[in-house]
Ligand binder design. Structure first.
Ligand code: MTE
Ligand code: MO
Length: 317
């Protein structure tokens, strides 16, 4: 097997991995007694291509749409814990340290507990899933997530027959998340899914993107990805998963029930009270390119439409 080493200058941002992984590699090279020159001079060892998750199963649920660049995925998004501007998370989440991390599982389950992230995700085979992502504000992206189906995790904790919903809670720590010093949202950020939505094979617990660990600004170390729903359902930096009998109240619903429904399914036929949801702008495409037509359930109708048969999606938006 031939492995190629690149100079630091040649490493594109898309290849830059988290600092800890980088340092581990440095350590490895040192242990091997190799100098950078020796490596560059012909030894064949890939620094650049070795990512945190080198061997991923490619999911059959992936879209063939063109990927949004790593730069855009990590440089433009919402994460109010680090500021309300779309360029804020990239700037202000830099020093956030998501390790160590633990997750509490509680409520209507037979096997509640508090788990280290490592133990929490160890049992699962990680996959790469390229999903379309649609923010309620009208922009969209295509992101190669790394994760595992939430359903696999739910089965392990054995919800009781009373468990009808799953609630998720983000870390609440003003020291680590400076945006929480300001009451723009009722902290901590919470979200929820109905049990059948949570169990749908498309619902992902993500621990990475672009083959690497989850960047801080995208919700390190673990977040939810529900590709047929608007962006705000995709809660980041999760510390608690609670199984409940009643519908959880999500953060955006709490501050604007008429604008942000519990379901928040992508639906071009139901406008947001203040703007249309019929079209979207793909981030990274030139500003003059025509907007794209938003698809029902963000294009995932085949997999999820059956979850909502008989429901009035204008009322239950
Ligand atoms: N904890 C938390 N999760 C959050 C948010 C937030 O402010 N806090 N913003 C949501 C919104 S509105 C969007 S559009 C997505 C954007 O992030 P992404 O591009 O990394 O998915 O995160 C969602 N999850
Ligand atoms: Mo959003």
């Amino acid at each position: 097997m031939s492995i190629i080493i690149k100079k630091t200058d040649d490493i594109r941002p898309s290849e830059i991995t988290s600092k800890s992984v980088y340092l581990q590699r440095r350590e490895f090279i040192k242990k091997m007694g190799l100098t950078a020159t020796a490596l560059l001079g012909g030894a064949h060892l890939s620094l650049a291509e070795a990512k945190a998750y080198p061997e991923l199963v490619k999911s059959k649920f992936s879209t063939a749409d063109k990927l949004t660049s790593l730069n855009d995925v990590t440089g433009y998004n919402n994460f109010y814990e680090f500021g309300t501007g779309k360029y804020d998370p990239a700037k202000h989440a830099k020093s956030f340290n998501p390790k160590p991390w633990s997750i509490a599982v509680e409520g209507e389950v037979e096997k509640p507990g508090v788990f280290d992230l490592e133990d929490f995700i160890k049992p699962y085979a990680l996959e790469e899933r390229i999903y379309r992502f649609r923010c309620v504000e009208g922009w969209s992206m295509v992101i190669p997530w790394v994760g595992f189906p939430l359903a696999d995790m739910i089965k392990r904790f054995k919800p009781t027959s009373k468990a009808k919903y799953v609630e998720f809670v983000t870390l609440y720590d003003k020291e680590k998340m400076p945006g929480q010093a300001i009451k723009v949202l009722p902290w901590p950020y919470t979200e929820g899914l109905r049990m059948d939505e949570a169990m749908n094979p498309l619902t992902l617990m993500a621990v990475g993107l672009y083959g690497d660990e989850l960047p801080n600004q995208n919700g390190a170390p673990v977040r939810l990805v529900v590709p047929w729903k608007y962006g705000f359902k995709n809660i980041k930096s999760i510390v608690k998963i609670r199984f409940t009998e009643t519908e959880p109240v999500s953060t955006w619903h709490k501050i604007g029930a008429s604008e942000y429904g519990f379901y928040a399914n992508v639906n071009p036929q139901v406008d947001h009270p203040r703007w249309s949801q019929k079209t979207e702008r793909r981030i990274g495409e030139p500003f003059w390119s025509p907007k794209i037509k938003t698809q029902m359930f963000n294009g995932y109708a085949e997999q999820v439409a059956h979850l909502y048969t008989g429901m009035d999606l204008e009322k239950l938006f």
